[in-house]
Design a protein around this ligand. Sequence first.
Ligand code: GUN
Ligand code: FE
Length: 461
Amino acid sequence: FVHSRSLTELEIGENGAIGVDENGIIRFVERDFHEGFEKLMAYVEENKDEWVHAKVVKIEGNGFFFPGFIDTHVHAPQHPNTGLFGKTTLLDWLKKYTFPMESSFSSLPRAHRVYQNFVSRTLSHGTTTCSYFATIHVPATNALADICLKRGQRAFVGRVCMNSDLSPEYYRDESVESSVRDSKASIDYIRSIDPNGEIVKPIVTPRFSPSCTPDCLSAMGKLAQETDTHIQTHISENKGEIALVQELFPSSKSYADVYDTHGLLTPKTILAHAVHLSPQERKIILARKSKISHCPASNTAITSGCAPIRELLNEGHTIGLGTDISGGFHPSILENVRQAIWVSRHLAITTNDSAKLSTEEALYLATRGGAAVVGLEEKVGGFEVGKEWDAQMIQLGEVKQEGNEDGIFEEGPVDVFGWESWAERVEKWVYSGDDRNTVAVWVRGRLVHNTSRYTGAEGTA
Ligand code: GUN
Ligand code: FE
């Protein structure tokens, strides 16, 4: 198994064994299964009643378990727009592509089709937790929560709140009252289907400052406080957007100050982008313990800028990765690991080398960092006793499909994969891997996705 030991360090348990109980909780982590075999057997012997029905999932060849990815910022209804952005930047992109697409989710059957497909897609890329923006529509938002619960993907699901005239008349909340009423209806529904919030949780979602009137922002801050929910929004993504915020909120000191003065900067707040924050804004965000979602593919696609993630990490910010579909062009967090590294390298080219993120750091952001952003750092993001089994099984190497001339499954030749150190294999996965390598995915111990390469659990321990 492979996971982050710290921001800068991966742990590779080459002969590891992890025991997961029927509730999906990790009960033991043996770092060296061969040397630790007796200890493991003694544990099983001692706890026989519990482990007698245990099944063994073996990884052979160039494979390893990795923690499930956490997508801290993603717009599920924008799935059909993935890859469409042309030469737009944020504000014209919203008008040209996003609002028309999202408004079509007034159709519940359409929402069902798109959301089913998108949850399958993100699971297939190893994403075990998502923080979703839905649309303004309560039935469609609730349907997304239903689908996540049914499929077993951990999710924060937010009905988008937007009442200002930035949005077209055909796609906005009618009033502050309707904004609060609809957001509350969705919070109540999501809590009714998963009362302990084990898989799905509601999240208060004011789209971004320009989409909401000041009284609406305050109402959302109050709603989040009263219902003790997380909050998600966008901040400082694009220079035109920042200028617009200054114009719309002339008495505010900054974009971050708008959120702060409306009660929206809390330890449970996820702020997407944070590309152009001033030192003062960074200080407020840090002081309020709000979290940052870095969306590198999106920031390049719609030319928002290069977020200075290495600097923000140095200052102590809590940061995870977001695909930001469809500002971002790819539903995979692995792709965004690469993009985070690329963006940091472009920054390094124009500033200095210290801006660079390492492979280890980007993988940390994708797992433990993301877990901390959504407040689940005690539960997921790594493999420790007491954490929940949210994991993906990775298999490297090419596979000849059944029915080829030999009719057999076969890993690629050993001089392509398998000659390297394990750290190098992980590195090769990061730069050239994709969903074909993700052969099985679990959330809380439940198998939620697998490909034909997954041979399944065998026997009884
Ligand atoms: N700002 C406001 N809405 C959006 C959105 O849907 N995507 C992105 N990337 N930024 C936004
Ligand atoms: Fe976004």
